[in-house]
Design a protein around this ligand. Structure first.
Ligand code: HEM
Length: 154
């Protein structure tokens, strides 16, 4: 198993980075769709249950179920394979802990977006467009921590 992980390392890392890119694309775009959704309902005269509102819900569902959820699972799968590859992680350094904390927060943010999506479906979103715009900065901040942790390796 150890030999296999060492041989597969560059391939696993490539698959990890591809998965992470797809996951991040969704994490950046879904709250942006929520901004358009809520502002459509508040300012643009889009009524609940109209074709336009159903299209928002459909796009949000597809992004979550077809891209973000599978990409999150494969990011974790390949990421954990990298964790178990010998000599990849020095647990006495700070970076693996910083990255670990940031990816757990990113995963929490993913589930927060899923809860919010279900609230939109039930017509129970309580956040404004401005609040969704601010929420949109969360994955950016976490991404900065993760990339610096994994590349600078402080
Ligand atoms: C989901 C849980 C995750 C786990 C368990 C995980 C774990 C790892 C591990 C162990 C490595 C190998 C480091 C090395 O080879 O030196 C790695 C590489 C990498 N990870 Fe993650 N990661 C996760 C999520 C993420 C996320 C969300 C991002 C981006 C926002 C990310 C970006 C990267 C990048 C860019 C590399 C390649 C760095 C390099 O070697 O130059 N990872 N990851």
């Amino acid at each position: 198993m150890t030999d296999f992980l060492l041989t597969a390392y560059p391939w696993v890392k490539s698959l990890h980075v591809m998965s992470v890119l797809a996951w991040m694309a969704g994490l950046f775009y879904l709250p942006r769709l929520y901004v358009y959704h809520v502002e459509g309902l508040q300012k643009q005269g889009v009524t609940r249950g109209s074709d336009m509102e159903l299209l928002f819900r459909h796009q949000e569902r597809l992004l979550m179920k077809a891209i973000m959820a599978p990409a999150m699972i494969s990011s974790w799968l390949f990421g954990l394979l990298l964790v178990f590859t010998p000599a990849v992680i020095d647990w006495s350094a700070a970076w693996p802990w910083a990255k670990g904390a940031a990816v757990i927060a990113m995963t929490g943010y993913h589930f927060f977006l899923e809860v919010a999506r279900k609230r939109f479906v039930a017509g129970e979103n309580r956040m404004t467009g401005r609040q969704w715009r601010m929420m949109n900065e969360v994955p950016t901040l976490l991404m900065i921590v993760i990339v610096i942790a994994v590349i600078v390796k402080f």
